[in-house]
Design a protein around this ligand. Structure first.
Ligand code: APR
Ligand code: PHB
Length: 396
């Protein structure tokens, strides 16, 4: 049996949410340990989304984490909605005053890990079989098996930042959380490719053949996605099919240059919200508390916003003894969480060619989403509303 060590906070998960919570708490002088199931190499290499709202960048700047981001991120002032091969620009900065930043999530994670190294933060990788107990007591205990042997921590609070498949949410008795879920009937095939982006701005392509998104990571690396039927496997989409489909969905006026595919991934589109985001002395943040379909790229932004609020709540509770701070965290976060869900759901409907067993219902859904899309293209009010959601202003 290992000795039990006392710490202020145990953070479960070293994704963007967990690493940012740890960083912010340590800056306030709290003693924090992070337990991560995967290896450091795995966490650093994981390619995910890459669109940061201005508000997210502000949080990272305030935390002293944006040095590389400010030097390397691509700053975007607009996006293209390409409908049946016809381009329509949405100048979101002109409409809202705010840009967005293209900077891969794994770079955010790399920057957070660099800060953790510099600070001497206690991050335990390859921590298997994490177990939480006493969550409604003043002193929860967290145990795990690590490559260095078993560990046990008695803490004053646990931050559950361990993603959708994590252990934190599942450690709470049945009936405490209410979980809202929608499985969307399509998936995205995503590829990272060594080829210059087709345009300087992101291109969201709506076509009869399905949705496609042309994004980027740098002037020489593209990030592209295709709507594919649920159940598609990454190996089902050959390079030839990928580039052929992208070109057909994009239309001929924007010729693509196929390049070597560096990484391929399949993402099922789902919406999930867990209410409340807290139970006893456990607080949930990021994908552990909610999942958005990636249509509007809100996942990382929500994780960062949660982490900031979670750290504030823990400081108020642990240092300042505010009695309601932990309950307030959930109440404070949920309205924004639902705004992000609503926009992510709306853009998912707007962008994708409806799928389903009933062709008449799919045809109706297609007409309806095209009518809604036409409003965004024709009406300055609808375009501004879309832009306010896209840049995150609608939540802040
Ligand atoms: N024990 C310890 N760690 C765990 C466990 C467990 N039982 N289960 C999962 N983890 C780890 C995962 O390995 C991962 O590193 O928790 C971390 C969760 O990180 P993310 O999945 O990146 O989630 P989060 O930090 O909330 O960031 C959300 O990630 O999935 C994207 O689109 C999403 O951009 C959003 C962001
Ligand atoms: C990405 O670049 O990975 C990306 C961008 C915008 C999205 C989703 C993903 O809506």
């Amino acid at each position: 049996m290992s000795a039990v060590r006392d710490v202020d906070v145990v953070v479960v998960g070293a994704g963007p949410a967990g690493l940012l919570v740890s960083h912010l708490l340590r800056r306030q002088g709290l003693d924090v340990v992070v337990l991560e199931r995967r290896s450091r190499a795995h966490v650093e290499a994981r390619v995910r989304a890459g669109l940061l709202e201005n508000g997210t960048v502000e949080v990272l700047r305030k935390a002293g984490l944006a040095g590389r981001l400010d030097a390397d991120a691509l700053v975007h002032d607009g996006l293209e909605l390409r409908v049946d091969g016809v381009a329509h620009r949405l100048p979101f900065r002109e409409l809202t005053g705010q840009p967005v930043f293209v900077y891969g999530q794994q770079l955010v994670v790399r920057d957070l890990l660099a800060a953790a190294d510099a600070d001497g933060a206690d991050v335990r990788f390859e921590a298997a079989d994490v177990q939480l107990s006493g969550l409604t007591s003043p002193a929860p205990v967290v145990r795990a098996s690590t490559p260095q042997g078993p560990v046990a921590f008695r803490c004053r609070a646990v931050a559950g930042c361990d993603g959708y498949h994590g252990v934190a949410r599942r450690s709470v008795p049945e009936g405490v959380f209410r979980t809202f879920t929608r499985e969307h009937p399509y998936s995205w095939f995503g590829a990272l490719a060594h080829t210059p982006p087709v345009s300087e701005e992101l291109v969201y392509t709506i076509s009869e053949r399905g949705f496609a998104l042309l994004s980027m990571r740098s002037p020489s690396v593209s990030r592209v996605y295709l709507q594919v039927p649920r159940g598609t496997r990454p190996q089902d989409v050959s390079d030839e099919r990928l580039w052929g489909e992208l070109q057909q969905r994009l239309g001929e006026e924007a010729p693509l240059t196929p390049g070597p595919v560096l990484e391929r991934v399949l993402v099922d589109l789902r919406s999930v919200v867990v209410e409340p985001m807290q139970h006893g002395r456990l607080l949930l943040a990021g994908d552990a508390a909610h999942i958005v379909p990636p249509s509007a790229a809100k996942g990382l932004n929500m994780a960062v916003e949660d982490a900031e609020a979670l750290a504030e709540a823990l400081v108020a509770d642990l240092r300042d003894g505010e009695p309601e701070a932990l309950e307030t965290y959930s109440r404070r976060r949920l309205p924004g969480v639902w705004q992000a869900q609503a926009f992510s759901d709306a853009t998912t409907t707007l962008f994708h060619t409806p799928a389903g067993p009933d062709p008449d219902a799919a045809a109706l859904a297609d007409r309806l989403r095209r009518a809604a899309l036409q409003r965004v293209l024709d009406s300055p009010t609808a375009a501004r509303d879309f832009a306010e959601h896209y840049v995150g202003l609608a939540r802040r």
